[in-house]
Design a protein around this ligand. Structure first.
Ligand code: MG
Ligand code: FE
Length: 172
């Protein structure tokens, strides 16, 4: 009767990685939002994405439950960070909004590729519900990446104008 579904080992590993990635994303976005008082639109969009990111953590836990993984263990692995996220968090911590924006844009694409891989892995082992949940998350990541790209030029110009003003003030 057809082929047996494969073991979901990669799917489970990648869901765990995604869980760590989203926990890292939450921290990075919170750090960034704290420093954006002069960029209200960017701050509001990042705050929206913090809410989405918290929902994504829950969705990934739901996916792991569908695989029969005990997600209470996940809470104990909060310290595990995605290597990429660790590299990015240095840039995120920078109080320069342009560098934070570049890092966020790169990070969203890391997330996009992670969910695309998860969707393939879920379909491969016959877990369409997990694929569907990952598609929901993927749409949020794509929307965030698009928004950041749309706003990158404006944010950069605002930053340059602000730093020019600061230079003028310093001279008087
Ligand atoms: Mg995310
Ligand atoms: Fe994201």
């Amino acid at each position: 009767m057809g082929t047996q579904p494969q073991s979901p080992k990669h799917l489970e590993d990648w869901l765990r990685d995604a869980h760590a990635m989203e926990k890292q994303a939450e921290k990075m976005l919170e750090t960034q939002a704290d420093r954006l008082e002069h960029y209200p639109q960017l701050k509001a969009r990042i705050e929206q994405h913090i809410t989405e990111t918290r929902g994504q953590v829950e969705k990934i836990e739901q996916c792991l439950s569908l695989l029969g993984t005990d997600t209470s263990v996940m809470k104990d692995m909060g310290g595990k960070l995605a290597a990429f996220g660790q590299g990015m968090s240095g840039m995120m911590a920078s109080d320069e909004v342009v560098k934070g924006n570049m890092a966020s844009y790169a990070f969203e694409h890391f997330e996009i590729s992670s969910y695309r891989a998860l969707i393939q892995a879920a379909n491969k082992v016959g877990k369409p519900e997990i694929a569907r949940i990952c598609e929901e998350i993927l749409k949020e990541e794509e929307a965030m990446a698009d928004w950041l790209l749309q706003n990158l030029d404006d944010t950069t110009r605002q930053f340059l104008e602000r730093s020019e003003d600061d230079d003028l003030r310093a001279k008087t």
